[in-house]
Design a protein around this ligand. Structure first.
Ligand SMILES: NC(=O)c1ccc[n+]([C@@H]2O[C@H](COP(=O)([O-])OP(=O)(O)OC[C@H]3O[C@@H](n4cnc5c(N)ncnc54)[C@H](OP(=O)(O)O)[C@@H]3O)[C@@H](O)[C@H]2O)c1
Length: 311
């Protein structure tokens, strides 16, 4: 990819990409590292130190940007999230966070060390905790802090069985996490506007399936089907995904604020707003999820921060 210009701001920016070691996150990390004459800094977050080190090495090499680094964090563990927060708080402020990391296919449900459904904790709850604890850092951004959620449509919060202990399936679990992320994005936007801050939040749906690491771990009949569909153009590469999404991170503060709180996608070279389901946009449901999320995390510091956001 050539050195594209995506930012209207001339400020060098600093981004955190959760799940930046592989897949969509890696594609976005690649695009941001190469953009705007390689002036931006990219921090990728993932659970494996080895994968993190090799992703940093490869990204630095292919983009020619040495300002790519890694923070280890296993999102299936609140203890690990706390350690990562400490590391990130000791570093310069962030201008943007991509809430992206996630588990896809899984053959069975294995509860996390915190006793939660892994899709719920990794794909949503630990990143809810991470974002709340990084708000101060984002608010110090000279370009206007922004949080971009990787959030496809569909899904619902299963209030009667949120951890899916009665009935589990990896697809409904992924979809519940998407629903939770869209509700969080919308609620955080409303609270930030009430508080008069300039932070923006956007929930983004990629319009085409991305050929990611997920293809390597799905059962072979699904992989064979995916390979056939790839010939018919059903997939885009992680690099193309990065090119599409990168402007959301480095656009001007005014543009980012105009998009804030919305659920958007991309078509014919531009972003457009999508309508969302009634449960997602319902303020009472959003507040219920916010409160339940804090209860499940059970960390005083995170609850204290949440109280100041929603004061
Ligand atoms: N592929 C698509 O078409 C598509 C479309 C819409 C939305 N999505 C969503 O996009 C997100 C990324 O999907 P992908 O297709 O890019 O998957 P992927 O290639 O499997 O990448 C997943 C990323 O998440 C990280 N991750 C997984 N478990 C983690 C944990 N416990 N702690 C920290 N990081 C963890 C992985 O890093 P490590 O393994 O190094 O920890 C990896 O970087 C998912 O939430 C997915 O649902 C994907």
């Amino acid at each position: 990819m050539s050195c594209v210009r995506i930012g209207l701001t001339m400020n060098p920016m600093r981004f955190l990409i959760t799940g930046g070691t592989l897949g969509m996150g890696r594609g976005v990390a690649h695009a941001l590292a190469i953009a705007d004459d390689r002036r931006h800094e990219v921090v990728i977050l993932g659970s494996s130190s080895e994968r993190g080190a090799s992703a940093v090495r490869e990204l630095q090499q292919v983009t020619g940007n040495s300002k790519v680094s890694f923070v280890r964090c296993d999102l299936a563990s609140f203890r690990s999230v706390e350690s990562a927060i400490e590391v990130l708080r000791s570093q310069p402020p962030l201008d943007g966070v991509f809430v992206n990391a996630g588990i896809g296919y899984a053959p069975r449900q294995t509860m996390t060390e915190d006793g939660l459904d892994p899709h719920f904790q990794v794909n949503y709850l630990s990143q809810f905790m991470l974002v709340l604890n990084l708000l101060d850092s984002l608010k110090r951004s000279a370009s206007g802090g922004r949080v971009i959620f990787n959030a496809a449509r569909g899904g619902e919060i299963r209030w009667d069985d949120m951890q899916m202990t009665k009935k589990w399936g990896y697809e409904p679990a992924i979809l519940q996490a998407f629903a939770a992320k869209r509700m969080f994005s919308s609620r955080l936007h409303a609270l930030q506007r009430e508080a008069g801050t300039k932070l923006s939040t956007v929930a983004f749906e990629i319009p085409k399936t991305v050929w990611s690491h997920q293809i390597e771990i799905i059962p072979w009949p699904m992989r064979a089907m995916a390979t056939v569909m790839k010939w018919f153009g059903a997939f885009i590469s992680i690099e193309r995904c990065g090119e599409i999404m990168a402007p959301l991170f480095a656009e001007s503060q005014a543009e980012s604020l105009a998009r804030s709180g919305k659920f958007i996608s991309w078509r014919d070279g531009g972003f457009f707003e999508k309508s969302d389901d009634a449960q997602i946009t319902d303020t009472a449901q959003q507040i219920k999820l916010w409160d339940e999320s804090l209860r499940l995390i059970g960390r005083e510091e995170t609850s204290r921060i949440a109280a100041t956001v929603s004061a």
